[in-house]
Design a protein around this ligand. Structure first.
Ligand SMILES: [Cu+2]
Length: 177
């Protein structure tokens, strides 16, 4: 096979090596079966994000009456600014905070969703599992250490503010070296 881009072999080679950081992701009390690992690989001017999950809910949008009447689950997926997967009765991961946005300054500013640094494509669930690799230049691995990866119950609509109407937080993991 002939690749017109020289980058693909570089990405694949990097993914075979050790990640620079990773989050072990666990489901909330309501979604105990969820297990995932999200690994981060720093390249020269990009970061590869590799997400691998099992135990995800199938047909969650249909079950919640919150989306398409069709089957399947598409789950909002972001890096949040907070550093803890703790919360309260209504939001089990409230302390993960809001979407990581490295354009915020002391005088405000900041980019809207889906232009937050921590905004990522959603997870597409197949038979309870999901796998995705995506490249981003919105953050470095250094910037996201100690922050959190969050999986949501709804599709991210990539429009609603401040978080794409992505619904409840069903899984969380802290990003560590
Ligand atoms: Cu989120």
């Amino acid at each position: 096979m002939f690749f017109h881009t020289y980058q693909n072999p570089k990405f694949l080679e990097r993914l075979r090596g050790r990640a620079d950081a990773a989050a072990r992701v666990m489901g909330s009390r309501e979604y105990r079966t969820i297990r995932g690992v999200v690994s981060f690989y720093q390249l020269t001017d990009q970061v590869l994000v590799q997400a691998s999950f099992i135990g995800l809910p199938d047909d969650i949008q249909k079950a919640q009456g919150s989306g398409s009447p069709c089957g399947g689950s598409i789950l909002g997926f972001h890096i949040h600014a907070g550093g803890s997967c703790t919360g309260n009765d209504t939001d089990p991961f409230a302390n993960a905070g809001s979407h990581y946005d490295n354009t915020l300054t002391s005088s405000g500013g900041g980019c809207p969703h889906p232009y937050h640094a921590g905004d990522l494509p959603p997870l597409f669930v197949n038979n309870g599992s999901a796998y995705m690799v995506v490249a981003t230049n919105r953050f470095t691995v250094e910037e996201i250490l100690g922050r959190t990866v969050i999986v949501h119950a709804h599709v991210d609509d990539f429009h609603s503010q401040p978080s794409g109407d992505a619904g409840g937080r069903i899984a969380c993991g802290v990003i560590e070296r």
